[in-house]
Design a binder for this molecule. Sequence first.
Ligand code: FES
Length: 219
Amino acid sequence: MITASWIPLVPSVLIENGEVEQFLVEDHDVAVWRSSQGHVQIWQNRCPHRSVRLSLGHVQGESLVCAYHGWQFAAEDGHCQRIPAQPEQRAPKTLCATAYAVKETDGMIWYGGQVAPQQTWIMNTQAQVYAGSVTVSATLPQVQDYLMELGLSELGEQSSGLVWRGYASDAGLRIYLTPTQSSVVTVHAMLVQHERASTRHALLNQMRQYLEQEQLSHV
Ligand code: FES
Protein backbone atom coordinates (compact mmCIF):
# COMPACT_ATOMS: atom_id res chain seq x y z
CA MET A 1 0.00 0.00 0.00
CA ILE A 2 1.45 3.37 -1.00
CA THR A 3 0.37 6.48 0.87
CA ALA A 4 1.10 10.05 -0.25
CA SER A 5 1.68 11.39 3.23
CA TRP A 6 2.71 10.32 6.69
CA ILE A 7 -0.32 9.33 8.73
CA PRO A 8 -0.33 9.82 12.51
CA LEU A 9 -1.25 6.37 13.80
CA VAL A 10 -0.90 6.10 17.54
CA PRO A 11 0.50 8.20 20.42
CA SER A 12 3.99 7.03 21.38
CA VAL A 13 3.04 6.57 25.04
CA LEU A 14 0.55 3.83 24.13
CA ILE A 15 3.26 1.48 22.82
CA GLU A 16 5.80 0.72 25.53
CA ASN A 17 9.02 -1.23 25.10
CA GLY A 18 8.23 -4.90 24.51
CA GLU A 19 4.59 -4.28 23.48
CA VAL A 20 2.76 -5.18 20.27
CA GLU A 21 -0.73 -3.92 19.36
CA GLN A 22 -3.10 -4.13 16.42
CA PHE A 23 -4.39 -1.03 14.59
CA LEU A 24 -6.30 -0.16 11.46
CA VAL A 25 -5.12 2.55 9.10
CA GLU A 26 -7.10 3.23 5.93
CA ASP A 27 -8.75 -0.19 6.29
CA HIS A 28 -5.36 -1.83 6.53
CA ASP A 29 -4.58 -4.16 9.44
CA VAL A 30 -1.16 -3.39 10.97
CA ALA A 31 0.85 -4.57 13.96
CA VAL A 32 2.68 -1.81 15.82
CA TRP A 33 5.42 -2.98 18.16
CA ARG A 34 8.35 -1.60 20.07
CA SER A 35 11.53 -3.57 20.64
CA SER A 36 13.17 -3.93 24.02
CA GLN A 37 15.55 -1.12 23.06
CA GLY A 38 12.65 1.13 22.09
CA HIS A 39 12.69 0.91 18.29
CA VAL A 40 9.18 1.16 16.95
CA GLN A 41 7.97 -0.87 13.96
CA ILE A 42 4.80 -0.97 11.85
CA TRP A 43 4.26 -4.22 9.98
CA GLN A 44 1.53 -5.80 7.94
CA ASN A 45 -0.43 -7.75 10.54
CA ARG A 46 0.10 -11.06 8.84
CA CYS A 47 2.72 -13.73 9.39
CA PRO A 48 4.39 -14.76 6.10
CA HIS A 49 4.11 -18.40 7.17
CA ARG A 50 0.38 -19.05 7.68
CA SER A 51 -1.06 -15.52 7.82
CA VAL A 52 -1.71 -15.49 11.56
CA ARG A 53 -1.93 -11.97 12.99
CA LEU A 54 1.51 -10.90 14.18
CA SER A 55 -0.12 -8.71 16.83
CA LEU A 56 -0.98 -11.97 18.64
CA GLY A 57 2.73 -12.67 19.07
CA HIS A 58 5.24 -11.28 21.51
CA VAL A 59 8.36 -9.16 21.46
CA GLN A 60 11.65 -10.81 22.21
CA GLY A 61 14.53 -8.35 22.34
CA GLU A 62 14.80 -6.81 18.87
CA SER A 63 12.46 -9.27 17.20
CA LEU A 64 8.80 -10.23 17.06
CA VAL A 65 7.81 -13.88 17.61
CA CYS A 66 4.70 -15.25 15.87
CA ALA A 67 2.16 -16.80 18.26
CA TYR A 68 1.50 -19.84 16.10
CA HIS A 69 4.74 -21.66 15.19
CA GLY A 70 7.16 -19.27 16.87
CA TRP A 71 8.92 -17.97 13.78
CA GLN A 72 11.01 -14.98 14.80
CA PHE A 73 11.22 -11.79 12.69
CA ALA A 74 13.85 -9.08 13.10
CA ALA A 75 13.13 -5.40 13.64
CA GLU A 76 13.90 -2.93 10.81
CA ASP A 77 13.57 -5.24 7.78
CA GLY A 78 11.37 -8.06 9.13
CA HIS A 79 13.56 -10.91 7.94
CA CYS A 80 13.00 -14.30 9.52
CA GLN A 81 15.78 -15.06 12.01
CA ARG A 82 14.67 -18.36 13.44
CA ILE A 83 12.29 -21.22 12.75
CA PRO A 84 11.99 -23.29 15.95
CA ALA A 85 11.04 -26.50 14.07
CA GLN A 86 14.27 -26.22 12.04
CA PRO A 87 16.74 -24.71 14.49
CA GLU A 88 19.78 -25.78 12.46
CA GLN A 89 18.60 -24.26 9.20
CA ARG A 90 18.84 -20.67 8.10
CA ALA A 91 15.59 -19.19 6.77
CA PRO A 92 15.79 -17.91 3.18
CA LYS A 93 16.56 -14.19 3.02
CA THR A 94 13.37 -13.58 1.11
CA LEU A 95 11.28 -14.85 4.01
CA CYS A 96 10.19 -11.60 5.64
CA ALA A 97 7.34 -9.93 7.45
CA THR A 98 6.20 -6.86 5.50
CA ALA A 99 7.63 -3.78 7.21
CA TYR A 100 6.22 -0.30 6.52
CA ALA A 101 7.89 3.09 6.70
CA VAL A 102 7.66 4.44 10.23
CA LYS A 103 8.84 7.48 12.12
CA GLU A 104 8.30 8.74 15.62
CA THR A 105 8.11 12.45 16.32
CA ASP A 106 5.93 14.94 18.24
CA GLY A 107 4.76 12.21 20.57
CA MET A 108 3.20 10.24 17.72
CA ILE A 109 4.08 7.12 15.74
CA TRP A 110 3.60 7.82 12.01
CA TYR A 111 2.74 5.32 9.30
CA GLY A 112 4.30 5.81 5.87
CA GLY A 113 3.15 2.77 3.86
CA GLN A 114 5.50 0.73 1.70
CA VAL A 115 7.54 3.67 0.46
CA ALA A 116 8.37 6.52 2.84
CA PRO A 117 6.43 9.63 1.66
CA GLN A 118 8.55 12.52 0.36
CA GLN A 119 6.81 14.93 2.68
CA THR A 120 8.26 17.48 5.05
CA TRP A 121 6.66 20.07 7.23
CA ILE A 122 7.62 22.07 10.25
CA MET A 123 6.93 19.88 13.21
CA ASN A 124 5.86 21.21 16.55
CA THR A 125 8.88 22.00 18.68
CA GLN A 126 6.93 22.32 21.95
CA ALA A 127 6.78 19.34 24.27
CA GLN A 128 3.34 17.77 24.17
CA VAL A 129 1.35 15.64 26.56
CA TYR A 130 -1.07 13.02 25.34
CA ALA A 131 -4.58 13.87 26.53
CA GLY A 132 -6.64 11.05 25.04
CA SER A 133 -8.25 9.68 21.90
CA VAL A 134 -11.80 9.43 20.61
CA THR A 135 -12.90 7.14 17.78
CA VAL A 136 -15.94 8.30 15.85
CA SER A 137 -18.06 6.98 13.00
CA ALA A 138 -17.51 9.79 10.54
CA THR A 139 -15.61 10.48 7.35
CA LEU A 140 -12.36 12.39 7.45
CA PRO A 141 -13.90 15.49 5.77
CA GLN A 142 -16.72 15.50 8.35
CA VAL A 143 -14.26 15.52 11.24
CA GLN A 144 -12.10 18.16 9.52
CA ASP A 145 -15.15 20.39 8.98
CA TYR A 146 -16.03 20.11 12.62
CA LEU A 147 -12.53 20.94 13.80
CA MET A 148 -12.78 24.06 11.65
CA GLU A 149 -16.06 24.95 13.33
CA LEU A 150 -14.30 24.61 16.68
CA GLY A 151 -11.84 27.24 15.52
CA LEU A 152 -8.92 24.90 14.94
CA SER A 153 -6.78 25.22 11.85
CA GLU A 154 -4.57 22.89 9.86
CA LEU A 155 -0.97 22.89 10.97
CA GLY A 156 0.11 23.46 7.39
CA GLU A 157 -0.73 22.40 3.89
CA GLN A 158 1.87 19.66 4.04
CA SER A 159 0.14 17.99 6.97
CA SER A 160 -2.51 16.63 4.55
CA GLY A 161 -5.28 17.77 6.86
CA LEU A 162 -4.28 15.26 9.52
CA VAL A 163 -2.68 17.67 12.01
CA TRP A 164 -4.59 20.57 13.54
CA ARG A 165 -3.76 23.26 16.02
CA GLY A 166 -5.70 25.70 18.10
CA TYR A 167 -6.81 26.52 21.58
CA ALA A 168 -9.50 25.13 23.83
CA SER A 169 -10.21 26.67 27.23
CA ASP A 170 -7.10 28.78 26.65
CA ALA A 171 -4.92 25.68 26.42
CA GLY A 172 -2.72 25.02 23.41
CA LEU A 173 -4.05 22.04 21.51
CA ARG A 174 -2.77 19.71 18.79
CA ILE A 175 -5.13 17.27 17.12
CA TYR A 176 -3.91 14.30 15.09
CA LEU A 177 -6.36 12.40 12.89
CA THR A 178 -6.02 8.73 11.98
CA PRO A 179 -8.28 7.60 9.12
CA THR A 180 -8.80 4.06 10.37
CA GLN A 181 -11.56 3.04 7.97
CA SER A 182 -13.47 4.81 5.20
CA SER A 183 -16.05 6.14 7.69
CA VAL A 184 -14.18 5.85 10.97
CA VAL A 185 -11.63 8.34 12.30
CA THR A 186 -9.64 8.29 15.51
CA VAL A 187 -8.98 11.74 16.98
CA HIS A 188 -5.90 12.07 19.20
CA ALA A 189 -5.52 15.14 21.43
CA MET A 190 -2.22 16.55 22.67
CA LEU A 191 -1.66 19.51 24.95
CA VAL A 192 1.41 21.60 25.62
CA GLN A 193 3.31 20.12 28.51
CA HIS A 194 2.60 22.71 31.19
CA GLU A 195 -1.12 21.99 31.23
CA ARG A 196 -2.38 20.16 34.30
CA ALA A 197 -4.00 16.74 34.03
CA SER A 198 -7.36 18.09 35.22
CA THR A 199 -7.38 20.57 32.36
CA ARG A 200 -6.47 17.86 29.89
CA HIS A 201 -9.38 15.63 30.86
CA ALA A 202 -11.82 18.54 30.73
CA LEU A 203 -10.65 19.34 27.22
CA LEU A 204 -11.09 15.81 26.01
CA ASN A 205 -14.59 15.64 27.46
CA GLN A 206 -15.39 18.94 25.81
CA MET A 207 -14.24 17.58 22.46
CA ARG A 208 -16.20 14.37 22.94
CA GLN A 209 -19.34 16.43 23.61
CA TYR A 210 -18.78 18.53 20.51
CA LEU A 211 -18.49 15.44 18.38
CA GLU A 212 -21.59 13.87 19.94
CA GLN A 213 -23.58 17.04 19.36
CA GLU A 214 -22.77 16.61 15.72
CA GLN A 215 -24.45 13.21 15.99
CA LEU A 216 -21.26 11.38 15.23
CA SER A 217 -21.69 8.13 17.06
CA HIS A 218 -18.85 6.46 18.91
CA VAL A 219 -17.72 3.05 17.79
S1 FES B 1 1.84 -18.78 11.26
FE1 FES B 1 3.42 -17.58 12.05
S2 FES B 1 4.98 -18.96 12.44
FE2 FES B 1 3.45 -20.19 11.53
